[in-house]
Design a protein around this ligand. Structure first.
Ligand SMILES: Nc1ncnc2c1ncn2[C@@H]1O[C@H](COP(=O)(O)OP(=O)(O)O)[C@@H](O)[C@H]1O
Ligand SMILES: N[C@@H](CCC(=O)OP(=O)(O)O)C(=O)O
Length: 380
């Protein structure tokens, strides 16, 4: 028994396009009803309140294919957006009538990656979701496909689901796909075995994470990444197993949570933001920030790139350009060259006491890489 899941009071459940639509691009009403049966049943086991579900639903583009006469999933962004516009309305209408069978209302919440990054939008989204839950309504979240451009899109909803789990401080995340678990390789190939538990990156050594099916987008790579960043227990399985998954039974693949859950602010900084510029640090500053949890001072900075403003998230890199941390910067990009390499005492004496402040305060910093392991390049 997975007790952390069985005792969860608030869960985020994400279903991929392949679980909600037919391969030719139409809503699969029977499967949606079956999924809603399971979610409504879990939510009100004894007709009472107290368990809450936030449902992240993909499938807008896929559901718009057949009505628009599109034989295959479109690649062109404008056609995808038109399909999403048609399909999203149909999906929500279907959820509304399906949940109505249980006397439950639904609320549509469409979000972009930019909404997750901007603190004020993020706060508003959280308030709305909390209010919907307080009304006993089931929020149904999707990416706002009609305004998302290729560069900033989530594309798949796996990462969005993990960010929504952060946003509502969910107890668990359930990812539903058209495969019942993560396998050691593409499950369509002979010899692939189900992985029951993932406790850390070592459990994924040698696992081949393939691409998506006919109507989905991210494949397994984005699901494993979502499980890595969720910060809570995650189950990856198929829609037919959602009841067992929510009951904490042995279904699909169970991703164990980290020993300590990061603060909401650090989760937001690490996973919902992108650096608006880069600061290069000397080895002493890397050591202070990564190992000693110190604030970043001007003395340890050797380079600055980008056109950011005070308050923006910026990436911190080591001398090789490897990404080591991200933080909310206290100065505009244009101010930093005059401060770099200087002690705070010198800056306060020469420029005034307001220049004594850190470049990034340690409460606004999150470490992203351990310098003992090769760091990812921040440029990519
Ligand atoms: N190692 C693996 N384990 C499980 N499934 C895999 C693996 N590698 C590739 N896949 C494929 O990933 C697909 C699911 O991804 P995707 O189509 O994006 O789903 P969804 O629409 O549910 O988000 C499955 O159909 C499966 O064939
Ligand atoms: N927002 C998009 C999600 C696209 C998609 O295919 O996602 P997924 O099925 O989760 O891999 C939609 O609703 O069509």
């Amino acid at each position: 028994m997975r007790t952390a899941i069985a005792s969860a009071r608030r869960v985020v459940v994400k279903a991929g396009s392949s679980s909600l639509t037919t391969p030719d691009g139409a809503i699969d009403a029977a499967r949606i009803d079956a999924l809603v049966d399971a979610l409504a049943g879990w939510r009100t086991p004894d007709g009472g309140r107290g368990r809450e579900v936030v449902f992240v639903s993909s499938g807008a583009i896929a559901a718009g294919m057949s009505p628009l006469g599109l034989p295959v999933r479109p690649r062109d962004l404008a056609i995808q957006q038109a399909a999403a516009s048609v399909g999203q309305g149909l999906l929500i209408a279907r959820y509304a009538s399906s949940f109505a069978r249980y006397g439950l209302g639904v609320g549509q919440v469409l979000l972009t990656a930019d909404d997750m990054m901007r603190r004020s939008h993020h706060r508003n989204a959280r308030r709305t979701l909390e209010q919907l839950l307080a009304f006993g309504v089931v929020p149904i979240v999707n990416e706002n496909d009609t305004v998302a451009t290729d560069e900033i899109r989530f594309g798949d909803n796996d990462r969005l689901a993990a960010l929504v789990a952060h946003l509502v401080r969910a107890d668990a995340l359930i990812l539903l796909s058209d495969v019942d678990a993560l396998y050691t390789g593409d499950p369509r190939l002979p010899g692939s075995r189900r992985i029951e538990h993932v406790r850390g990156p070592a459990d994924l050594d040698g696992v081949r994470l393939g691409g998506s099916g006919r109507v989905g987008t991210g494949g397994m790579v984005t699901k494993v990444e979502a499980a890595r960043i969720a910060g809570v227990p995650v189950v990856l399985t198929d829609a037919a197993s959602v009841r067992q998954a929510l009951a904490g039974e042995d279904a699909g693949t169970y991703f164990h949570p980290p020993v300590t859950r990061p603060s909401a602010r650090r989760q937001w900084l690490a996973h919902a933001t992108t650096g608006q510029g880069r600061l290069r640090l000397d080895p002493g500053a890397v050591e202070a920030v990564v190992r000693r949890g110190k604030s970043l001072l001007p003395a340890g900075i050797t380079g600055v790139e980008g056109d950011f403003s005070a308050g923006d998230p910026v990436d911190l890199c080591d001398e090789q350009g490897g990404l080591i941390a991200r933080g909310l910067v206290n100065y505009d990009a244009g101010e930093i060259p005059d401060l770099m390499g200087r002690s705070t005492r010198w800056l306060a004496r020469e420029l005034g006491p307001e220049y004594e402040r850190e470049i990034i305060h340690r409460d606004d910093l999150v470490v992203l890489a351990n310098p003992e392991t090769p760091s990812r390049s921040a440029a990519g």
